[in-house]
Design a protein around this ligand. Sequence first.
Ligand code: HEM
Length: 189
Amino acid sequence: MTPTSYDPLYGPLSALIGTWTGDHGLDVAPEPDGSEESPYYETIVFEGIGDAENAEDQVLGVVRYLQIVRRKSNDEVFHDQTGYWMWDARAKTVMQSLTIPRGVCVLAGGQHSGEVDPRSPTTLRVRATLGDETFGIIQSPYMLENAKTVAFEHELIVGPDSLRYSETTHLSIYGRDFDHTDANELRRA
Ligand code: HEM
């Protein structure tokens, strides 16, 4: 239960580092004739893995994560996601890259607000849009044709012992637009 200390390399991502668990999750997912709501619980492990230098110029602080989500009704894993959060101290920007085993990858970018100090809450907000050359979405031919991700928005509020997030994956599926949403509140394990 010890909050991670502030590290300038990771900036506002410092507070993420550690293992988090939460059982107040709610997923709203598309169904052919409507939607399905699934309460869930999950574990997210964030690990600081050092820096990455690009073009001998840009320096990123990198936090790798693994998110495992289980449906409360049957304890089965129904979402498995991995990726990186990156902090560019010079540009004061955050990025999240994620991949899910449906054939979808996202690179989302944005800002943080609040204190860059793990003792106070920090808000991270990132977004990606299909077709954007920088913060965009890559998906398989099948997904593009049948279950297209058109945008992704993620807000995460992290304090010393609590982590709250809400995210919306804007889909085009079953002949209509659908806001696939997920939210949870976690504590340090
Ligand atoms: C806690 C996080 C998440 C959970 C629990 C979750 C869960 C689900 C569930 C239950 C479905 C319906 C699957 C079915 O109909 O059999 C679904 C569909 C989908 N999800 Fe997620 N999801 C999460 C996050 C994401 C994220 C971050 C993305 C992409 C950025 C994503 C992309 C999709 C897509 C493209 C589909 C449509 C596939 C389909 O329904 O056939 N999801 N998700």
